[in-house]
Ligand binder design. Structure first.
Ligand code: GCV
Length: 859
């Protein structure tokens, strides 16, 4: 086993490692043809041929001979179905493969036995090659395939929220791979590598700049820079697209208006778009965020989103370009005192009345839920509210509200729930309605056994989100998937070594939304870490339970992610959602919690769903536990279907979630030696951090609800921490107590900080337990305003030291910065003096919260 991992891996190759196959398996491929012939000539076909050679070299150690045009021996043959028909008509290459689809088969070409990869188009050939190599890597029979695959949806794009200065909005993996210092990077190697990864999943478009778009991207001088990115993408069949700011005609165009119906504005867009296509003939189109979070839009001139979208779409149409118009249009200055106000209603209210008014090359891009990528939301009702308009689902790969790639959170199970959701009848097997179980650790999976085929679905009374967004239900010309990816310059693209499972899952679902979350997790793990059963079982189990785990300590019962919504969107911040205009309210007060969104007594949101669904959500008892607080306001003593009260569920789920996060560390530790050391260590570090931060979340949320509701935890855990010694109760030298602003984010509401002129401060306490082996947890605050140092001594002996230099989204002492250092295997005797020393740096005052001393865990 060790040999396969002799070299360290950074994760840069992601799922395209092409690691050598085991010896026995290689032998099976001895009969694989020795040459790869490409019929036809195009950059895409050449890429396909090179990729085949690269894959075979990596996995089988063989260098294929490359040839073009003629099949003169047994070969791997790559070509379009039309070309295959020309050289081997008797093979009857299927006529029904559509754009981007492919056919893998075997047969005679010019009398030679060949393995054939035929695409509907050149791009389909490339996708077929990736599929073939993936099968080979995963140990499927790749010698005698007979497979036709085609994507369910024509549009499969990613958005990057990259700013021109190189920063990425909600990006957690380093700076932009496209931009630096206001322009496109000189070296676009990473952009090309990214296009290769995207192509391997069948993703065919990439919007490279932030939807909060800088108008400069359309300046004359910028266009040639965009053309360079398109060149990097082209060999991989990825179309370039950009996000545009609707005020551009005024801001950079010199007009005194950007009214989409003004003829001068229309003409400006036409000329601009023509100029783009002169430089980038295969340009994909635009993404538009307008009238949203400060971005200007057509409402400035009392025009509708349809007026704006169509004005641009008509200029794009002659070139084959498309416009994604985002449905994320809402008022972020809502009056929170008005009980009928509800941000969740905005997308439907704004776009449903315009159904049928958008041109055919406009697509309404709809976030999966009605709020904003929370850890759990119902499917947006707008999916059911557009019948005569193209639509696409927007899913967020970058984990903005789901742990920011510092916590493990595999999102495929969540996406599947939305995609499988039926707008006609939520009674049909929506996994979302399975009882919520924290115990078994297995998330609900999709129920493909009951899945109608997409074509059947339109006529069968089903209205699944996956068929609606693919355009199948209402026979729309366009439709599909958009993933907000936000990869960065970090070697492994998304920072957490397991986070790339989300990009993989997005691409696979965009290609085939009937795959189950566990099929996807298995594929990804095999390709990323190999096929060792221990690794496979462990990693897939962790992935598949991770969303429920994250949810259980951050966002109970559909209340939304209880995070700092006005700032980082990262650590706990229960109250931050309330009393502001952003509309992410959960209405928790001393009596109860939840948004009443019923028609009868609430905001009326549930009435936006078709009647069968509305009926379920209208009723407190019919609504599934996990969405209860999204739809209803209930007292803390309300009994869930699970039999627990709401408040006890909140306490229990947070404790169970934190415990599971800790189990992930142990599960991972069992993999040492089964995967390469570099990825092993990098992942372990993240999981240990997560386990500590899950405790911060647990304590903050539970204490907030205890204080607010006054109802104690029936199990007596919340507010009682017998192993904990508060820093402020220790003997302090230089350190002084600090009241923490969001009191629940520090134990006892207080921490200590070192703000004296002394170089180093210290806090000491005497161990009072029995002699034995212990582990010590130091809960400290890691701010990004400096890199303070910590040292721990027992008596005179220094037992650990570290620098607080993680890159957390944290400028202050609180839930974002609170971090745990675990010191294991300590022999302690009663009376031992334990001393924490902190040396501040910059504005980071070496603050810490408490020390916990626990008996050592049996290995
Ligand atoms: C790009 C959320 C994010 C914003 C993002 C916005 C959007 O509100 O916090 O950073 O802006 O969604 O999707 O437009």
């Amino acid at each position: 086993m060790g040999a396969a991992f002799a070299h360290a891996e950074t994760g840069a190759e992601a799922w395209l490692r092409y690691a050598p196959l085991p010896e026995a398996e290689r032998a099976k491929y001895a009969s694989l043809p020795a040459s790869v012939v490409v019929l036809g000539d195009s950059p895409l076909l050449r890429t396909a041929q090179q990729e085949m050679m690269r894959g075979i070299k990596g996995m089988l150690g063989r260098t294929l001979l490359e040839a073009a045009g003629q099949v003169q021996e047994r070969s791997l043959v790559l070509g379009t179905a039309a070309d295959i028909r020309a050289v081997a008509p008797e093979l009857n290459a299927p006529h029904e493969i559509r754009a981007d689809g492919f056919w893998l088969t075997t047969g005679k070409v010019h009398g030679f036995d060949c393995l054939i990869i035929a695409g509907a188009t050149d791009r389909g050939v490339l996708y077929g090659v990736f599929s073939f190599l993936s099968r080979l890597a995963r140990g499927e029979n790749a010698l005698t395939p007979n497979v036709v695959e085609q994507p369910y949806a024509p549009i499969r794009w990613v958005n990057q929220w990259d700013n021109l200065d190189g920063r990425i909005e909600r990006g957690y993996a380093g700076p932009s791979i496209f931009f630096v210092g206001g322009g496109v990077r000189g070296d676009l190697t990473r952009a090309e590598d990214y296009a290769r990864l995207l192509a391997s999943l069948g993703i065919n478009g990439c919007t490279i700049n932030n939807v909060n778009a800088n108008p400069r991207v359309l300046e004359e001088s910028f266009l040639p820079q965009l053309a360079r990115v398109a060149e990097a993408f082209r060999p991989w069949g990825v179309q370039l697209s950009i996000a545009v700011n609707l005020s551009s005609p005024k801001v950079i165009g010199g007009l005194d208006t950007f009214d989409p119906l003004d003829p001068r504005v229309k003409e400006w867009w036409r000329a601009k778009i023509d100029a783009i296509y002169r430089l980038v003939p295969d340009f994909g189109g635009f993404v538009v965020k307008a009238d949203s979070e400060g971005q200007l839009g057509p409402s400035t001139y009392n025009r509708t989103p349809a007026d704006a979208a169509n004005a641009i779409a008509r200029a794009l149409k002659p070139h084959g370009g498309i416009v994604f118009y985002r449905a994320f249009v809402y008022n972020h200055h809502l009056d929170w005192r008005q009980p009928k106000n509800d941000r969740a209603k905005a997308a439907y209210d704004n776009f449903h009345p315009l159904d049928g008014k958008f041109d055919d090359n406009v697509i309404i891009q709809i976030k999966n839920g009605p709020i904003d990528f929370q850890v759990r939301e119902p499917a947006s009702p707008l999916f059911g509210g557009l019948r005569s308009t193209n639509q696409a689902i927007e899913l967020q790969v970058t984990q903005e509200y789901t742990g920011q790639q510092r916590h493990l959170c595999f999102l495929a199970p969540m996406w599947k729930e939305v995609l499988d959701f039926d707008m006609h009848s939520p009674e049909i097997p929506s996994a979302a309605r399975k009882p919520y179980s924290l115990k078994d650790g297995s998330p609900p999976d999709s129920r493909d056994d009951m899945d109608p085929s997409p074509s059947a679905s339109s006529g069968s009374g089903f209205q699944r989100v996956k068929d609606l967004v693919s355009g199948k239900t209402f026979h729309r010309p366009l439709g599909g998937f958009v993933g907000v990816a936000n990869v960065g310059m970090d070697a492994n693209w998304l920072e957490h070594p397991l986070a790339m499972a989300n990009l993989y899952a997005f691409g696979r679902l965009a290609w085939n939304h009937n795959l189950t979350a566990s099929e996807i997790a298995t594929e990804w793990t095999e390709l990323t870490f190999g096929r060792d059963p221990l690794v496979l079982n462990t990693v897939t189990a962790m992935l598949l339970s991770s969303w429920n785990t994250y949810e259980s300590y951050t966002g109970p019962l559909g209340a939304g992610t209880l995070t700092d919504i006005t700032g980082s969107h990262y650590g706990p911040g229960v109250e931050s959602s309330e009393r502001n205009g952003w509309g992410q309210w959960h209405r928790a007060d001393h009596k109860g919690i939840g948004m009443d969104r019923s028609v009868a007594t609430g905001t009326g949101y549930s009435g936006q769903y078709p009647p069968e669904v509305a009926k379920v959500y209208e009723s407190t008892t019919a609504t599934a536990d996990e969405l209860l607080l999204f739809f209803h306001h209930v007292p803390y003593t309300y009994k869930l279907h699970s039999g627990k009260t709401v408040i006890q569920h909140i306490y229990d789920s947070h404790y169970e979630g934190a415990e599971r996060a800790e189990q992930y560390v142990r599960q991972w530790e069992a993999l040492q030696g089964h995967i390469d050391d570099e990825r092993y260590a990098a992942t372990l570090k993240r999981l240990e951090y997560q386990a500590g931060h899950a405790i911060v979340w647990r304590d903050a949320v539970c204490n907030w609800f205890l204080r607010t509701s006054g109802i104690p935890d029936a199990k007596g855990r919340v507010g009682h921490y017998p192993d904990r010694i508060e820093a402020e109760s220790m003997q302090l030298q230089g350190y002084r107590p600090l009241g923490v602003t969001r009191a629940e984010t520090a134990s006892g509401g207080k921490a200590v900080e070192c703000v004296t002129h002394a170089q180093t401060c210290a806090a000491t306490f005497k161990f009072q337990g029995n002699a034995g082996r212990y582990e010590l947890a130091v809960q400290y605050f890691d701010l990004n305003t400096g890199a303070s140092k910590f040292r721990v001594r027992i008596g005179d002996r220094a037992i650990d030291e570290w620098v607080a230099n993680d890159h957390l989204p944290a400028r202050g002492v609180g839930g974002d910065s609170s971090t745990r250092r675990l010191i294991k295997g300590l022999a302690l005797r009663p009376g031992d003096a334990i001393r924490v020393e902190g040396t501040p740096d910059g504005q980071d005052h070496a603050a810490f919260d408490y020390v916990e001393v626990r008996p050592a865990r049996e290995p």
